[in-house]
Ligand binder design. Structure first.
Ligand code: GLC
Length: 472
């Protein structure tokens, strides 16, 4: 009997995000004051830019099954091709990442100016990329490699000063019998009682991940696809988290359904909202949020996915996200030998070159002080949720810090002048981050409609985004 995904219906008329205080519906979530919350989020808000790593046994088939390409994301291949459990588990015997080098993984993140890493410890296929006692379906017990890469990465992150988070798919598990994905199980070997799965696999593994990787690790838990995760089951997991690592940052995907993502009452809102593969038009004012995005068309490695975004696009996405107050979690998908694809490394290095000169505009920045959407809503096109599709305009963005505003200009002016929109903030000087020797002048518009900045060089300092600092 196929297990069907029965999401718990949440009736909620409140749209306000719940406060994490005593009346929080999940009693295990201790209320914290705004000061405590800000202190806990401080490193994450400073970091702004992280590396997502999707790595698992799905990198062996790498998007192909029985010689045929399988559509959609590489890490979903078992589900998308309805591969029987026994057949999928045979891939583990070919998974021997002899090229894996934790120092190279961490160096790749640092080369881009990334300040944290979130790596898949267990994805929806249930394959544990770590040494777990709860199941034999792991890189230590089921592969010729036989070692725990997360332990090596955790040690390397501590050495290189990068925070490490663990992605954990807490509900779906297509081999150990976790909840069904959309459409239900396809192999009788998967059928299992969900609470028994939580008891025997998920909760023991979450405890292992929270306690076996050293102090401060994980700094983030990245839950995903909360199929059949009702508040009772979330409560059980939260009790474990709050007792073993109360300061860990969590996203909004522990609970079931859309409500969790909107952090509505009655569900554990987590600390961060997680728009995936898109940048919300105005961010989520007053809420920490993070756009996660692939560099090509897949999270997990696919040998033929060449749908790479340009470094210019990735840099402008980073500027766009930071200008709306968000973080950018940009993905790499290592192959079955443990290599990060060259195309990814190239982009990481190019982003890093930009960050070396312009990172001051991103790290620890706040959202733009200027009003107005940098784009418009299409009168005809709809987004995934049926709302009018937002079409961004790629002229410029801005971020802010006390006493400073950073203009990140994509479309460099031809006449050496830039019109700064009206704002209550008054500027006394301006300079190019790339070349502070260039003399720039500021002149208030007579009609009070803003300020004109003059003296810009003919050539943009950077073809992707050039940063002008406005000092107050
Ligand atoms: C979706 C996909 C999952 C991926 C995640 C990253 O939830 O199901 O495969 O890990 O996005 O945000």
């Amino acid at each position: 009997m196929a297990v069907t995904a029965t999401s718990v219906s949440q009736t909620s008329n409140s749209t306000a995000a719940p406060t994490l205080d005593a009346e929080h519906p999940l009693s295990s979530v201790k209320g914290e004051s705004k000061q405590e919350h800000d202190a806990r989020m401080a490193w994450w808000r400073e970091a702004k830019f992280g590396m997502f790593i999707h790595w698992g046994v799905y990198s062996v088939p790498a998007g192909y099954y029985h010689g045929k390409p399988v559509e959609r994301a590489g890490e979903w291949i078992m589900n998308n091709a309805k591969i029987p459990v026994a057949e999928y588990q045979a891939f583990a015997k070919e998974f021997n990442p002899v090229c894996f080098d934790s120092a190279k993984f961490v160096a790749a993140a640092k080369s881009a100016g990334m300040k944290y890493i979130v790596i898949t410890s267990k994805h929806h296929d249930g394959f544990a990329m770590f040494d777990t006692k709860a199941s034999d379906w792991s890189i230590v017990r089921a592969t010729p490699y036989g070692k725990d890469p997360l332990k090596e990465i955790a040690e390397e992150c501590r050495k290189q000063g990068i925070k490490l988070g663990f992605y954990y798919s807490q509900a779906q598990d297509w081999n150990n019998g976790g909840s069904a994905a959309h459409g239900g199980h396809w192999d009788k070997a998967q059928d299992r009682n969900m609470d028994d799965y939580l008891d025997k696999i998920a909760i023991p593994q979450i405890k292992e991940l929270l306690t076996n990787y050293g102090s401060g690790t994980p700094a983030v838990i990245w839950w995903d696809t909360p199929v059949e995760m009702n508040p009772q089951r979330s409560e059980r997991i939260q009790r474990v988290v709050q007792s073993l690592r109360p300061g860990v940052i969590q996203n909004d995907r522990l609970n079931d359904g859309k409500e969790a993502r909107l952090s509505r009452k009655g569900l554990y809102p987590g600390d961060t909202t997680t728009p995936e593969q898109f940048v919300p038009p105005q961010g989520f004012p007053g809420r920490d949020w993070e756009t996660c995005m692939t560099m090509n068309g897949t999270w997990g490695f696919k040998k033929e996915d060449a749908n790479w975004k340009s470094s210019e696009t990735l840099i402008r996405n980073l500027c766009d996200i930071a200008s709306k107050g968000g973080n950018y979690l940009l993905n790499v998908g290592p192959d079955s030998l443990g290599n990060i694809p060259e195309e990814s490394l190239k982009r990481l290095s190019e982003i890093g070159n930009w960050m070396k000169v312009n990172g001051e505009a991103i790290y620890g920045s706040g959202p733009t002080p200027f009003d107005g959407l940098m784009g418009s809503f299409s009168p005809t096109e709809r987004d995934k949720e049926g709302h009018p599709k937002f079409i961004p305009e790629w002229k410029w963005r801005a971020t802010s810090k006390p006493g400073r505003i950073y203009l990140m200009v994509f479309d460099w002016p031809k006449d050496g002048a830039f019109q700064i929109p009206k704002t209550s903030r008054k500027f006394v000087s301006a300079r190019l981050l790339a070349d502070p020797t260039v003399k720039l002048s500021l002149l208030e518009n007579d009609d009070g409609s803003g300020t004109i900045l003059k003296g810009l060089p003919e050539r943009a300092p950077d073809s992707s985004a050039s940063v002008i600092v406005l000092e107050e």
